[in-house]
Design a binder for this molecule. Structure first.
Ligand code: APR
Length: 257
């Protein structure tokens, strides 16, 4: 039988419509702190669940807004890695060849897929770059396009909505909140229509996002996984490539070794 990477490349070449489903591991090699890594400095004594909720924001908007601006500054200081680049190059090549679409569905709130030049990702959990008014929901503007935040972080008053004067909030999905209807519908339709779903850097633990690749399987798709660790998708993957995004994706998608 062919080596897994070659067989996985054959399956990708044979696929007409591909969804690439990514999680925090996709951005690990860009040095973006994962959700839990970001509990440092001013926020070290909190749990993610204690900060990433509407209640926490209502109780102390400056503590929560400061945390998200600190995380946004860390993302702005990071660069897309070779994995983001491989996805962008792959999607561009398939579009040029007319050999079928590529949809990126991500659980990440960073903008590294976009900054790598790849297709605009469907952000299931929102984005650090889409603030909105906590009162009227209107899209908001940052005070600083590229925030400069001290290493230990600081409290920051959220900017005011230009429409109604309400406080802006991060455009991310908090614990206890539902996913945006539009994002869920786009992701769900892509999963139902694809014949291959490539899962990269997700622990497959957080629902409802983690149920999406199984929806693709039920629609007859093949599931591939790239992850150095073990996840719930191990049992569902036809090819399970044990390695990191920045190493495996250039080989898998662009034939680079
Ligand atoms: N390349 C690929 N995968 C990696 C790498 C890497 N370099 N480094 C780590 N991983 C894998 C880990 O093995 C793990 O399976 O990435 C996964 C990261 O899992 P999580 O931190 O749970 O990230 P994710 O699955 O995206 O979490 C989903 O939970 O933290 C909340 O809302 C947040 O969107 C996030 C959601």
């Amino acid at each position: 039988t062919r080596p897994p990477l070659a067989a996985a490349r054959d399956a990708i070449a044979a696929a007409r419509r591909i969804v690439i489903f990514t999680g925090a591991g996709m951005s690990a090699e860009s040095g973006v702190p994962t959700f839990r890594d970001a509990l440092t400095g001013l926020w070290a004594r909190f749990s993610a669940e204690a900060l990433a909720t509407p209640e926490a924001f209502a109780r102390d908007p400056e503590l929560v807004w400061g945390w998200y601006e600190w995380r946004r500054a860390r993302v702005r200081a990071a660069q897309p890695n070779a994995g983001h680049g491989a996805i962008a190059e792959f999607a561009a090549r398939r579009a040029a060849e007319g050999s079928g679409g590529v949809t990126v569905v991500t659980q990440n709130v960073d903008d590294l897929h976009e900054r790598a030049g790849g297709p605009a990702a469907v952000h299931l959990h929102g984005s650090l770059f889409a603030p909105r008014c906590s009162a009227c929901g209107a899209p908001g503007e940052f005070a600083l396009a590229d925030p400069v935040e001290p290493e230990g972080g600081r409290r920051l008053a959220p900017p005011r909505c230009e429409q109604c004067g309400g406080a802006l909030r991060p455009g991310v999905v908090w614990f206890g909140e539902g996913l945006s209807e539009a994002a869920w519908r786009a992701a769900s339709q892509a999963m139902d229509a694809c014949d291959l779903v490539l899962c990269v850097g997700t622990s497959a633990l957080v629902h409802p996002a983690a149920a999406l690749p199984e929806q693709a399987l039920r629609a007859g798709a093949t599931l591939l996984q790239v992850n150095p660790g073990h996840t719930a998708f191990d049992a569902l993957a036809r090819f399970n490539l044990k390695g990191s995004a920045a190493t495996v994706l250039p080989a898998l998608l662009c034939g680079k070794h």
